[in-house]
Design a protein. Structure first.
Length: 183
């Protein structure tokens, strides 16, 4: 197994170098805490129940370094502050060349360019995977930051799910974005 060095990416708003690297099992407690904030406090994910550490460890087993499902993390001064992942798009076999992408940042590190860097790294890795044709991202509306991020990274609007999910006592629209990965 060949180990690649992590990518070092300077962030616009940070005077030091940040690291974008592959996720590790040891990152799972932090990634669990990041997603749990969004589960309990926001509608940006339609998950309804907080994730356990065991759940995140099981979730981690799907990722590989060069396959369809990959996990990239952003690390600042030794602390993981966010992640971007590609996941199975749909259970039916004909959807296999498509992946669903997601990105989550620690609530104190949004709007600083970190999301763009970690998500860009994931997209660039997916472009190298022969059997990935499309990447899709779902954005619960309104979420101007996520909408802008997807558009900056080359995603195009693919549709709108009117009142596609119900959380915190109300229905929410969901915009679907598509990235053609240059293929």
């Amino acid at each position: 197994v060949r180990v690649r060095p992590p990518l070092r990416v300077p962030f616009l708003f940070y005077p030091f170098m940040a690291i974008i690297r592959r996720g590790r099992e040891s990152d799972m407690p932090v990634l669990r805490d990041i997603i749990n904030h969004y589960i309990t406090e926001t509608v940006v994910t339609f998950e309804m129940v907080e994730m356990s550490l065991e759940n995140r460890k099981t979730w981690f087993t799907q990722f590989t370094e060069n396959g369809r499902y990959q996990l990239m993390v952003a690390e600042l001064e030794g602390t993981v502050v966010g992640y971007a992942a590609s996941l199975r798009f749909h259970q039916r076999p004909a959807y296999a060349p498509s992946v669903m992408t997601s990105i989550y940042l620690h609530k104190d590190h949004t709007g600083k360019g970190i999301g763009k860097n970690v998500y860009s790294a994931l997209i660039e890795q997916l472009k190298k995977v022969e059997d990935v044709h499309r990447a899709y991202g779902l954005v619960v509306l309104p979420n101007p930051g996520s909408e802008k991020l997807h558009e900056k990274l080359g995603f195009q609007i693919a549709g709108l799910l009117h009142e596609g999910g119900f959380k915190f006592g109300k229905y929410h629209d969901v915009r679907m974005y598509e990235h053609r990965l240059g293929k």
